[in-house]
Design a protein around this ligand. Structure first.
Ligand code: UD1
Ligand code: CA
Length: 452
């Protein structure tokens, strides 16, 4: 069968109350339209055409390379949106599957079985019985069960509003028949719009589905949150079936792009985003967000860490409250403790930085100990400079390393030092002022002031 998929994504999205085009709103971390384009791509359609209009440039830029585009200059309704693609449809002989860009939950298997069934009919659409039909177009059938029309919420009579069978907004039509019927659609309705739904008035097959979840059309942010939750639930279920322990699946926020190995444990309120991988045996505790990062095996990410574009090697312990900024690479068996921030910092095997530290633009070797309160001074207000710390170095507490600077293998930096010059291997680097103790100073000072 010759198939073309048309995705309507030009609407104003008035009910979102936003300047951003509705279809680019993220459901579970991904723009809604991406889910629809993905489901369409899995159908083996020769062409995917997205009708854009509101925020056209943004949507086109976002989907570049994944679809072709038709522009609807004025948003005059779903029928008009299909008309905007008239050039593509007229030059095509086959079936047109119409989807909406605001339906992120629909699965390609569901579309496949609809197509199989609907193929025999010149015009077909999917309907579903729902608990709360408010806002959807109601399917009105005659006494013999055949479809008479679809009425929108705003045009429906009280009787019609009680119908619980709704239009999902998914259609399959012969390309020629679609264009013929569309030509006759007018805008005599409550919204003054050209309704695509009017094409069913000349007879259509309604494929009635049972499960309503897949057909949620997101018109406002309440429905967006609802869609996100369903998508996150699906991801949670997939991972749990693959051997991941998710302590509270209702408080699990994981993009569908994330890979998690078995025997990983995830505590509540963890966000896993983008191209993230979590290796076998690792544990991620509450409140952490990990984006575009690799966490290798048997790591422990304690509470409230933020990790972006970083690599955490096996058997490492991070946090609580650690910040790994882009370009942080830990080779393994590392410790990055509370209130430690890393940026473009590499750490060799076994190195530790346990407390209150900033390591930026740093190259740190193996088995290095970075004391509490260490700061790499990597920025002079104009440029960034590098700090190199070789294997086995011990950096005492409260040390500033003014970059560019290098500390040689096995060296020791005394606590409280400000290091501005390279420290050779095996040396003690110390810049501390000599301590003086003035015996009895305090009591004589108090006496002078006349205080106790
Ligand atoms: C539409 C259907 C309704 C159905 C519901 C399913 C019509 C008239 N109504 O209503 O029967 O139950 O979907 O979710 O078709 N769009 C354009 N250009 C426009 C208008 C809309 O491209 O001028 C796009 C939107 O971006 C959106 C889709 O068409 O992706 C649906 O539009 P929307 O306004 O959300 O329609 P609903 O009121 O939800
Ligand atoms: Ca909608």
């Amino acid at each position: 069968m010759n198939l073309m998929v048309l995705i309507l994504a030009a609407g104003k999205g008035t009910r979102m109350k936003s300047d951003m085009p509705k279809v680019l709103f993220k459901a579970a971390g991904r723009p809604m339209v991406d889910y629809v384009v993905d489901a369409a791509s899995e159908l083996g359609a020769g062409r995917i055409n997205v009708v854009i209009g509101n925020g056209a440039e943004l949507v086109q830029k976002h989907l570049a390379g994944k679809a072709e585009f038709s522009v609807q200059t004025q948003q005059r309704g779903t029928g008009d949106a299909v008309m905007a693609a008239a050039d593509s449809i007229n030059g095509f002989d086959g079936k047109v599957l119409i989807l909406c860009g605001d339906m992120p939950l629909v699965k390609s298997e569901t579309l496949k079985s609809f197509i199989e069934e609907a193929e025999k009919h010149p015009v077909a659409f999917m309907s579903v019985k729902v608990k709360n039909p408010f806002g959807y177009g109601r399917v009105i059938r005659g006494v013999d069960g055949s479809v008479i029309k679809i009425v929108e919420e705003k045009d429906a009579t009280e009787d019609e509003k009680r119908e619980d069978e709704i239009n999902t907004g998914i259609y399959l039509c012969d390309s020629k028949e679609l264009m013929t019927r569309l030509a006759e659609v007018d805008c005599n309705n409550a919204q003054g719009e050209y309704y695509l739904t009017d094409i069913v008035k000349k007879g259509a097959y309604a494929h009635l589905c049972k499960d309503e979840t897949e057909f949620l059309g997101v018109n406002n942010r309440v429905q967006l949150a609802e869609a996100s939750r369903v998508l996150w639930d699906r991801v949670a279920e997939k991972h749990m079936m693959n051997g991941v322990s998710i302590l509270d699946p209702k408080n699990f926020y994981c993009d569908c792009t994330v890979e998690i190995d078995n025997d990983v444990t995830i505590y509540p309120n963890v966000f896993l985003e983008g191209d993230t991988t979590i290796g076998k045996g690792s544990i991620v505790y509450s409140g952490s967000r990990i984006k575009d990062s690799i966490i290798a095996e048997n790591c422990e990410i304690k509470e409230n860490c933020l990790i972006t574009e970083s690599h955490v090697g096996a058997e490492s312990h991070i946090g609580p409250m650690a910040h790994l900024r882009p370009g942080s690479v830990l080779d393994g068996e590392n410790k990055v403790g509370n209130f430690v921030e890393l940026k473009k910092a590499k750490m060799g095997i076994g190195s530790k930085s346990s407390h209150l530290t900033y390591l930026g633009d740093a190259e740190i070797g193996k088995d290095v100990n970075i004391g509490c309160g260490t700061i790499t001074c990597n920025y002079d207000g104009y440029s960034k400079y590098k700090t190199i710390i070789e294997d086995g170095v011990f950096v005492g507490s409260d040390v500033q390393l003014v970059a560019p600077v290098k500390v040689g293998k096995g060296a020791l930096i005394a606590a409280g030092s400000t290091i501005t010059k390279d420290v050779p291997a095996d040396a003690l680097g110390i810049t501390r002022a000599k301590q003086q103790n003035m015996e009895g100073w305090v009591s004589s000072w108090k006496k002078k002031k006349g205080v106790e």
